[in-house]
Ligand binder design. Structure first.
Ligand code: FES
Ligand SMILES: [Fe+2]
Length: 354
């Protein structure tokens, strides 16, 4: 069984064997882009056909950042001595020497990538799970019935604070009491939990469709959170304003948040809504998000070690346990796989030496 410190560190850095959004699509164009996610350094680039590739951001020669180099379409060239690495992580050319044995070697870690609704998703697997799992995103992000606009930000706090924040609907009535969307409704509530086929819903028992009254956690190849904010009819078509959110760890002290704002509408109505959102509402939403960011960034990094949780915190407490269990299972599986490999190697060495 993995030790509690290792479990805590795994959760703090990010659970593996799943997909995370890492950047909005617009952030990767012609030049290679270097990022840190889940405490790993990645380089992303777009080839001439528009496809995105992602590799570990480290040249196999002497470790320079590949993201400082050149985009040669299907490969990158390292700035330092010109080694060329393709999208599979294979060294294709070492221009400085003749017939270098590095040529043809798969020497750089490759990350599976897919783009959905203006977001770039990357699969982070451990050694026991290098191949990606299927990714099933919330309905509003894959159905043609919805418009979706991505809002992306860096927050200077551990990603778990941002997850806890969305699993806590009651903060809407206080932190966002002075806002365009969360001024109404009761200031107190009794909360309850409901299981769903892909996770859970944490909701107020006494109020619905007035404020931020429920939140859903789903685990479907990526971990996501979903909620709805009721709006006046003149704020747009298609019922409540939906938010499908993801939090991606950068390192133990930073994260990126991805909130897709969704509305159930199609065709010209969707076009008009998107235009009106961009011109009228988006600024107001950023103001609300800034309230969250300010509170979370000013909490101590170890705030979780001295808390007094009450009934409204059973949702986030439950989710913390879910994540700790996942981390524990991942560490145990990895340790077993490593022990098995070591055993095979041990037998192999004995066979060779006998
Ligand atoms: S470090 Fe990249 S080519 Fe030398
Ligand atoms: Fe909030």
């Amino acid at each position: 069984m993995a030790d509690p410190q290792a479990i805590e560190q795994r959760v703090n850095r990010g659970l593996l064997n799943q997909w995370y959004p890492v950047l909005p699509s617009w952030a990767v164009a012609g030049t290679p882009v270097g990022i840190t996610r889940l405490s790993e350094n990645l380089v992303l680039w777009r080839d001439a056909g528009g496809a995105i590739h992602a590799l570990e951001d480290r040249c196999p020669h002497r470790g320079a950042r590949l993201s400082l180099g050149w985009n040669l379409d299907d490969r990158l060239a390292c700035w330092y001595h010109g080694i060329e690495v393709d999208g599979t992580g294979t060294v294709r050319r070492v221009p400085a020497v003749d017939r270098c044995p590095l040529e043809g070697r798969q020497a750089v870690k490759r990350y599976p990538v897919q783009e959905v609704r203006g977001g770039i998703f990357v699969y982070f697997g451990d050694d026991a799970h290098p191949e990606p799992c299927p990714l099933q995103l919330p309905e509003a992000l894959i159905s043609d019935e919805h418009g979706a606009i991505l809002c992306f930000a860096h927050w200077h706090c551990n990603w778990r604070y941002a997850v806890d924040n969305v699993m806590d609907p009651m903060h809407g009535a206080y932190l966002h009491a002075v806002s365009h969307s969360m001024a109404a409704g009761d200031k107190s509530a009794t909360m309850q939990m409901r299981k769903t086929p892909t996770g859970m819903i944490f909701e107020k028992t006494n109020q619905r469709d007035v404020n931020f009254d429920w939140t859903e956690f789903g685990d479907t190849g990526a971990m996501w959170l979903r909620l709805a904010i009721p709006y006046r009819a003149n704020a747009g078509p298609g019922g409540s304003f939906g938010i499908s959110g993801f939090v991606t760890p950068v390192d133990e002290d930073n994260c990126t948040v991805f909130f897709w704002r969704t509305r159930q509408c199609t065709g010209w109505v969707r076009d008009v809504w998107q235009f009106m959102y961009r011109t009228k509402l988006e600024g107001l939403h950023w103001a609300v998000l800034e309230q969250d960011r300010t509170v979370l960034e000013n909490m101590a990094p170890n705030a979780r070690s001295r808390e007094f949780l009450y009934q409204h915190d059973t949702g986030l407490a439950r989710l913390r346990r879910v994540m700790e269990k996942k981390a524990e299972a991942q560490l145990d599986t990895l340790a077993q796989a490593q022990a098995k490999t070591a055993g095979i190697e041990h037998v192999h060495v004995r066979t060779l030496s006998s």
